[in-house]
Design a protein around this ligand. Structure first.
Ligand code: ISE
Length: 334
């Protein structure tokens, strides 16, 4: 059985997903793509033998499309997820679910009225072997109750136009989701501290930032977001618990010791570091939809992450600690 998929957005992430879906995800077929830059959509469509649309709503309405992957800009995610809900079509929406709390709540309200979940949000770290092993170690309980979580989220560089706010809404959102997923708790406050900006960062970019998150049970999480670190894509976590620690990424890849030196690889970017996670995310989404279920990160996870990100941006902008107050969790996401 094959799942016929439409991909909205043929920019960098959309093309990345189309290549994976068409090139190696079992039981997946890309039958349509869309982009407001329709020439770009046509190029991608021709490569995989799909139809091309300028309007994502026409793609969602296409009766050959059974499921949708949204990889268009974040400000369009609300309209396209709502269109998929109206058409009763399962949808994998790249993060963020939507850029604002209000937009996320509108999507939640629409999905909560459905008999089953249709939305999955693209928090792909949950599909990474390292993060899954980290969660297994925490859940096994041998190290005791978590107390602190140290996160290092470093990019070597960012594209032109990347803003200080985007360091949170585009980058730190992954650490916010991992924190909620790893610890099984909501985040109740965010405080952002500004370091001395790197002289190698674009003019005006507040880089690095330290984001301090507080969870409902009192675990403190510090996230270093440094998006112009130059040396590579460096993701490192250390969870500190009552009787031990669980660490990830301290020495990525194979370490070579030779002639009194040791060295190892550092990924160049997030696609290299999380390529296998993106692959598993797509494989598990497709197989789940073919079984009639959507079990990955939910619209609630997308909403809660956007709520924390909004609080962090407010702290970045105005200073101080900003509390996070979530709406009541609908039964659909119990
Ligand atoms: C990018 O969009 C990602 O999703 C990467 O995981 C993150 O590290 C990067 O900072 C974002 O720009």
């Amino acid at each position: 059985m094959t799942l016929r998929i439409g991909v909205v957005g043929t920019g960098q992430m959309g093309r990345y997903h189309v290549e994976r879906l068409a090139g190696g995800v079992p039981d997946a077929e890309v039958v349509a793509v869309s982009d407001v830059y329709v020439e770009g959509a046509k190029q991608v469509a021709e490569q995989v033998g799909a139809r091309a649309y300028a309007d994502g709503h026409e793609l969602v309405a296409d009766d050959q499309v059974e499921a949708v992957l949204i990889a268009s800009p974040g400000f369009t995610h609300e309209e396209f997820t709502l269109a998929c809900l109206a058409a009763d079509k399962p949808v994998l929406c790249e993060k963020p679910l939507a850029p604002t709390i209000d937009a996320c709540l509108r999507v939640l309200e629409a999905e909560a009225a459905k008999p089953r979940r249709l939305i999955q949000v693209g928090f792909m770290r949950r599909y990474d072997d390292g993060f899954r092993a980290m969660k297994a170690a925490v859940d096994e309980g041998g190290v005791g109750r978590p107390l602190l979580l140290h996160c290092r989220h470093r990019n070597p560089s960012v594209p032109p136009g990347f803003t200080s706010d985007m360091m949170i809404t585009d980058s730190v959102v992954h650490d916010i989701d991992v924190t909620r997923w790893l610890l099984g708790q909501e985040i109740v406050a965010a405080t952002v501290f500004k370091a001395r900006p790197s002289s190698l960062a674009p003019e005006g970019l507040q880089d690095p930032q330290m984001v301090l998150l507080e969870t409902a049970d009192g675990v403190l999480v510090d996230v270093e977001s440094f998006v112009t670190c130059q040396f590579g894509y460096d993701i490192r976590y250390e969870l500190v618990a009552e009787a031990g620690t669980v660490a990830l990424g301290e020495q990525p890849g194979v370490q070579v010791r030779h002639q009194g030196q040791h060295h190892g690889p550092i990924p160049a970017d997030y696609k290299e570091r999380f390529g296998a996670a993106y692959q598993r995310e797509l494989e598990e989404w497709v197989s789940g939809v073919l079984r009639g279920e959507v079990v990955g990160p939910s619209a609630w996870d997308g909403y809660a992450t956007t709520a924390v990100a909004e609080a962090a941006v407010e702290s970045l902008t105005k200073g101080g600690r900003v509390a996070v107050e979530l709406a009541e969790r609908p039964a659909l996401y119990a």
